[in-house]
Design a protein around this ligand. Structure first.
Ligand code: ZN
Ligand code: ZN
Length: 256
């Protein structure tokens, strides 16, 4: 076989192999091949571990409660200290595969993992959350944290949600006006102090609006309470909370 033809055949085979590798979808968590045409690159085994909210939860804070008809009752904490939002939805508890995806996303900069979680969140959202939101606002990072990380995880999670529902995404409605310590290294009292006065709302953007606040993970809810209170003080009519994950009680996590 002439040298040129052999080289051509080799290049053709190489291109085909490259195309097969690049074109083949691989599970974001374990690397197994994914079924063709599947919109979310997740193998069936890992997908089975990602079920939305698999327990009874308080409709106010998302914390696990024991009663079977829990959706009708607030937990004790929420009865004693009602949060400033009127509804909450999250994809699942901050554990196992969901936690793995969020850690890859937030701490290793795996934006595809974040996009996947955002898509799962958007696809599982109940009608009350896409029926009448006025604006969607991701919890902002400080300028310093944004520089360090290179992206705001809440804003990245919001993108698949707005692609699906066409909500107006208004990141500038809320800004972080000072840097804070990472909440994950603090106890619940310190978390409240750490975020006190950390946000400012744009009154023009939020006045009279129902604001759907989005964050990746919620643990004690201190960041979310402060952000929601700031928006209400800035003239927002009401607040809903949308999360990728909720940390269960007695767990520590990389939460805000
Ligand atoms: Zn997998
Ligand atoms: Zn509660």
């Amino acid at each position: 076989m002439p040298m040129l033809k052999r080289a051509g055949l080799f290049l053709c085979a190489f291109a085909k192999r490259l195309y097969a590798i690049l074109g083949e979808k691989r599970c974001r968590v374990c690397g197994a091949p994914c079924p063709p045409g599947d919109a979310i690159p997740l193998c069936p085994e890992c997908a089975a571990g990602l079920t939305p909210v698999p327990y009874d939860f308080c409709p106010c804070c998302g914390q696990r409660v024991r009663k079977n008809d829990a959706r009708r009752f607030f937990c004790r904490d929420c009865l004693l200290h009602p949060p400033p939002w009127q509804e909450i939805y999250f994809f699942g508890p901050y554990e196992r595969i969901l936690r793995e995806l969020l850690v890859c996303f937030k701490f290793s900069g795996d934006l595809a993992a974040g996009q996947l979680v955002g898509m799962l969140l958007a696809q599982s959202m109940p009608e009350s959350f896409y029926g009448s939101p006025h604006i969607l606002v991701p919890i902002p990072l400080s300028k310093k944290r944004l520089r360090e990380r290179g992206f705001n995880q809440a804003l990245e999670l919001a993108r698949p949600v707005v692609r699906r529902f066409s909500f107006p995404l208004v990141p500038k409605a809320l800004t972080r006006i000072r840097d804070t310590l990472p909440q994950s290294i603090l106890d619940s009292r310190e978390r409240r102090i750490n975020v006190a006065g950390a946000f400012a709302a744009d009154a023009d953007a939020v006045a009279g609006k129902h604001v759907l606040l989005l964050d990746d993970v919620m643990t004690t809810g201190a960041t979310m309470r402060e952000a929601a209170a700031t928006l209400l003080a800035g003239g927002a009519a009401s607040i809903g909370v949308l999360l990728a994950a909720r940390t269960l009680k007695n767990e520590t996590g990389h939460a805000n």
